[in-house]
Write a protein that binds this ligand. Structure first.
Ligand code: PLP
Length: 395
């Protein structure tokens, strides 16, 4: 098909040319004497993106799921009690992993469309006077439903209960896109992956850990090999890895972190908030609703849009792909067929969001949803033109 193929799924996201070109290098020797010239500053840059000034980061050649596993195995022991919540496919999968790894999981089930139930967490933590709960888990941004949670409030719940449990955060579709502050929120393990806010192909599991998590890794009871912190540290301290690293991805990560830090994290977060606002205006103008149940849960990186009763959302997604060369995100598990998702994270601007919205609009109209052509896009345009930063005239 002529023209670009558009990618508006919530990861993998679009790759900036600067990042793509940085990865377009001949294969390099990961044991070369100058390899640490790349890796040592890279570890520091990645830590900056997480706002982690006292711990360290691990870069695994895995996807985000590997980093989930690394976080658990390195800091906890089989049979440990942990507090988790489930309100979408990804929070569900982390619970499933924890159960399969033999943790005693206290799961709080919430409706899909809600986020981390901080009040319930606070009650359970206050009630746990013997401190049996060893870790509290929070999915910062549930990609399946387009729901963001208040991680700072989870930290407050731990502090108010005087509870020493570790704070584990899934930041896969959050870090590098929406506000995240590991230092301020004293997050012990934050998991991410390369293919979302970091604007890279999939293939790196990125884990940012606190000094407390490193301390916990000394006594954690899980046998560990591939993901062992100690093995990573022994290599990383000298700028190397315990096994073959994904060198091109590291080259790309170096540049994507530069881009995030050059734009400034606050500006990156602001851009995501503004772009998400345009998507939400469009959804409202279409007369549709988001899967996120309340405004406080609405994600600035992905919107899951509920189609009218009687319409199969998979048809809308298929129509967008086949007729308009555009990938929209599908509904997963419980919301399959009920929602389509627009990923609005990573290397993205207003024009790109308008493309996603106009294709979504065309595909919905083609599938028989009664919409006024241009209604959603028009609402987004009004939002963008009233909120975009003023252009500074050159002297
Ligand atoms: N957690 C969240 C919130 C996700 O969105 C994803 C993937 O989309 C994962 C975890 C799993 O990451 P991966 O597919 O990189 O293993």
């Amino acid at each position: 098909m002529a023209g670009y193929t558009h990618l508006y799924i919530p990861g993998p996201t679009n790759i900036p040319e600067r990042v793509r070109m940085a990865m377009n290098v001949s294969m390099q020797d990961m044991r070369a004497p100058d390899f640490p010239d790349l890796t040592k500053p890279l570890f520091a840059k990645v830590a900056k993106v997480f706002r982690n000034s006292t711990g360290r980061v691990f870069l695994y050649p895995s996807s985000g799921t590997g980093a989930w596993e690394a976080a658990i195995q390195n800091t906890l022991s089989p049979g440990d009690r942990v507090l988790m919540s489930r309100f979408g496919q990804f929070s569900h999968l982390w619970v499933d992993m924890a159960q399969r790894l033999g943790l005693e999981v206290d799961v709080v089930d919430c409706e899909w469309g809600e986020g981390v139930p901080v009040e319930t967490y606070a009650e359970r933590l206050r009630a746990d006077r013997g401190h049996r709960i060893k870790a509290v888990f929070a999915t910062h941004n549930e990609t399946a439903t387009g729901v963001s949670s208040d991680v700072a409030a989870v930290r407050r719940a731990l502090d108010e209960a005087g509870h020493p449990a570790l704070l584990m955060v899934d930041g896969v579709s959050a870090v590098g896109s929406i506000p995240f502050d590991q230092d301020a929120w004293r997050v012990d393990c934050c998991v991410s992956g390369s293919q979302k806010g970091f604007m890279l192909p999939a293939g790196l599991g990125i884990l940012s850990v606190s000094a407390k998590a490193l301390e916990a890794s000394r006594t954690a009871g899980y046998p560990r090999t591939y993901f062992a912190f100690a093995d990573q540290i022994a290599g990383n301290d000298n700028g190397y890895f315990p096994y073959t690293p994904a060198t091109q991805l590291l080259r790309g990560l170096d540049v994507s972190c530069d881009m995030l830090l050059e734009e400034g994290l606050e500006a990156v977060w602001g851009r995501h908030a503004r772009l998400a606002g345009g998507v939400r205006q469009a959804v409202q103008a279409w007369g549709l609703r988001l899967c996120a149940k309340e405004p406080r849960w609405q994600s600035d990186t992905v919107s899951a849009i509920v189609v009218p009763e009687g319409v199969d959302a998979t048809r809308v997604i298929r129509r967008a792909y086949e007729a308009y060369n555009t990938s929209l995100g599908s509904g997963l598990s419980k919301v399959a067929g009920k929602v389509f998702r627009i990923g609005h994270l990573g290397w993205l601007n207003e024009g790109m969001v308008c493309t996603a919205l106009s294709v979504a609009e065309m595909a919905m109209i083609d599938c028989g949803i009664a919409l006024r052509p241009g209604s959603g896009v028009g609402a987004a345009i009004s939002h963008f033109s009233s909120t975009s930063p003023a252009v500074v005239a050159k002297a």
